[in-house]
Ligand binder design. Sequence first.
Ligand code: PLP
Length: 475
Amino acid sequence: MDASTDGSLDRPSLRDLPSVDLVLKTPAARLAAERFGRAAATGAVRAALEEVRRFLLAGQLASLPSPDHVALAAGDALARAARGRLRPVFNLTGTVLHTNLGRALLAEEAVEAATSAMRAAVALEFDLDTGRRGERDDHVRDLLVELTGAEDATVVNNNAAAVLLVLNTLGLGREAIVSRGELIEIGGAFRMPDIMARAGVKLVEVGTTNRTHPKDYAGALSPETGLVLKVHTSNYRIEGFTSEVGARELAEIAGERGVPLVNDLGSGTLVDLSRLGLAHEPTVREAVAEGADIVTFSGDKLLGGPQTGFIVGRADLIARINRNPMKRALRVDKIRLAALEATLRLYRDPERLAQRLPTLRLLTRTREELAALGAALAGPVAQILGADFSVEVADCASQIGSGALPLETLPSAALAIRPADGASGGLLNGLAAALRALPVPVIGRIAEGALLLDLRCLEDPEGFLASLGALGTAP
Ligand SMILES: *Cc1c(COP(=O)(O)O)cnc(C)c1O
């Protein structure tokens, strides 16, 4: 907007706009300059005045704002811009391992370990006993071997990287045999056939979508075969007239021909979840014991650690994988390694694991516990939301998320928020947007005419109420 346009429109109100200098002299502007710097404050005041000018020209302002008012608006804009974009939210979606919300929350022990590693130099690739160069994997290798029963182990950026690296190491320029029932897509761009192509491996599909037999694999094995891949169909299930070849039998078929069997477990877990009252998910130890030569799995799904991917299995194959130059491009930094080591250590004490590891702690909360939390929160939340909405505690079903046990749901309780007089659903969308705009955003889901705030992942009810209390106040 330039001055000549202002002049040509000849609106007296425009000429009465306070000057930048005048606004900068207000207490609010001085405060903003102190917090964010003089240059930023001046820029924000200019922008705020520009916005007032736009509204005036559009005829959307009845009166001119005062200099104090403009300064406050500028200060708010600066404060909003200074808030990090990647800031904490309340995950009340009911999905515990929500990929879009960052998956597993770390245990306090892991947070502390990561924080110390951030602040200081660490013996990342340095052997403190000999004073010589060490291996970055050494910090977690022994723990992984102990917890999985595998001969050796290595760690990369995530499980997608683990699969890519394994395929490329064992199958470059050769063939990988996979059942047509296991050619998965895991959201985003992770589709097994595409990963194969990028890894330089020729995909050989066997069987059909619903049925694959031992003879299908046996018939496809050839001198060109680099590996047989078994993929845990983590995010879907084929039911009805089906048959698949179990890992144990497949290990025998591949082993007879000297071809390694790779089992991509996806989530994988280091403990038997059925002992915690959850459905059984194959454990990594089981997959290793079944005879897979290599098993890959994720660090931030059911395992409850930082984003990492694991490759465990035969020592000679792990050595080849570690020699692949791609390993260097997929490696993990010291912060995550520190968090990972601390997370894995918790598994040495299975009795207390479900309390100390947030993922398992959240997954094992009971509906009764959550309903009681809901009963305590419904009143205060109704008060904050006012007469436009009704708030009640409702039964709902949480999900594990990240493709782990996709058909299992966990009985849970939610705050169900509805427009008070059965008014428009638009009101709910507006409320959902307002909750997302809070200083600590609250993320729920809309289902059957209600905004559901699933309480499974809410461990800080006071903080939640405090954040909600900012509703309706200036952002
Ligand atoms: C989730 C998953 C992956 C990818 O793991 P990330 O840790 O998300 O990279 C690969 N394979 C399977 C079967 C999975 O479920």
